[in-house]
Design a protein around this ligand. Structure first.
Ligand code: 13P
Ligand code: SF4
Length: 302
């Protein structure tokens, strides 16, 4: 593995490339990442990096997001098939229908969405800023796409607005159940449960904290508690353990693996750097239209 890491570091220099990775990717990728974080961090960073090429280790909405925010740079995805199923769980047609029915509606699009959805939205959000942004919008109605669970989680905290939900969800987080929680709590009675808001209500209700991956890591790091049950994709364990070697982290279930995030390997990064594959290519006008809702997010999240 050391050999591959050295090779990647040399290629990065040669190509003036940076590696940006989401927490969920395999531990070995954390070793070579220049920037590692949650979706919001990666979006913001994409507007700031100076390198010519960004290697985005994550799923395709992240690569598209980096390209939309930085259209002059080359953005490469080491595995072109790494995709988030939820990113396709709404349609431009459903947006058009909602816009027809409600005058004063804001279409709020979770960044876990393809560029076609983003370009039809009014503003994007991530799990770390959705609440703040929805509260700041002047509109009475919010059409929240594509995740019904994050939408519900935000709606519960903004009773003054009326939400229209969409029937999408994350297949990894949404399969967690109350029974999983009770079992984990029985096994670790002193542990605090930290979950991602992509989980169902029955799971979020039993958590001490719900938030983005970066939020979960900060919460556990700042907490006086020593034991935590983690209700999000298990890639976060790497950063949690690195920051908190004296604390214990238990997976809520062993099934919390996002298969697409795990497609990225060191070999694929080497290929990507050597062959310039797989370039994120978005039509200029299309990218321009998707740019506005992302920029509005970055402004409102400040
Ligand atoms: P974050 O917004 O915490 O980065 O999560 C992204 C994601 O894909 C959750 O499943
Ligand atoms: Fe998409 Fe869920 Fe994977 Fe996150 S964990 S990238 S929401 S499938």
């Amino acid at each position: 593995m050391k050999e591959k890491i050295d090779k990647i570091n040399a290629l990065k220099k040669e190509k003036n490339a940076v590696i940006m990775a989401h927490y969920y990717v395999k531990d070995e990728i954390h070793e070579v990442a220049d920037y590692i974080g949650d979706s919001y961090f990666l979006s913001e960073k994409a507007t700031q990096v100076e390198a010519d090429t960004i290697i985005l280790c994550g799923v395709s909405f992240m690569g598209e997001g980096a390209k939309i925010l930085n259209q002059k740079k080359t953005v490469l995805m080491p595995d072109a098939s790494a995709d988030c199923p939820m990113a396709h769980m709404a349609t431009a047609e459903s947006i058009a229908k909602v816009r027809e029915k409600y005058n004063d509606v804001a279409v709020v699009c979770y960044v876990n969405s393809n560029a076609e959805l983003k370009r039809n939205a009014d503003v994007c959000v991530t799990s770390s800023n959705a609440l703040k942004i929805v509260k700041a919008l002047p509109n009475k109605y919010i059409y929240f796409i594509p995740d019904k669970n994050l939408g519900r989680y935000v709606a519960e905290q903004v009773p003054e607005k009326e939400f229209i939900f969409n029937d999408g969800c994350c297949p990894v987080h949404a399969k967690l159940t109350k029974e999983d929680v009770l079992k984990a709590k029985e096994a670790h009675p002193n542990a605090a449960l930290l979950v991602h808001p992509e989980c169902e209500k029955e799971v979020v209700e039993l958590a001490e904290y719900a938030g983005s991956t970066a939020g979960i890591i900060s919460y556990a790091t700042a907490s006086d508690k020593r034991e935590f049950i983690i209700g999000t994709e298990l890639g976060v364990m790497c950063e949690l353990k690195k920051n908190n070697p004296e604390k214990e982290f238990y997976p809520l279930t062993e099934t919390l693996i996002c298969p697409d995030m795990k497609k990225i390997t060191l070999d694929k990064i080497i290929d990507s750097l050597e062959k310039n594959t797989f370039e994120v290519d978005l039509e200029e006008q299309f990218a321009k239209e998707a740019h506005a809702p992302l920029v509005r997010m970055l402004e409102l999240a400040k």
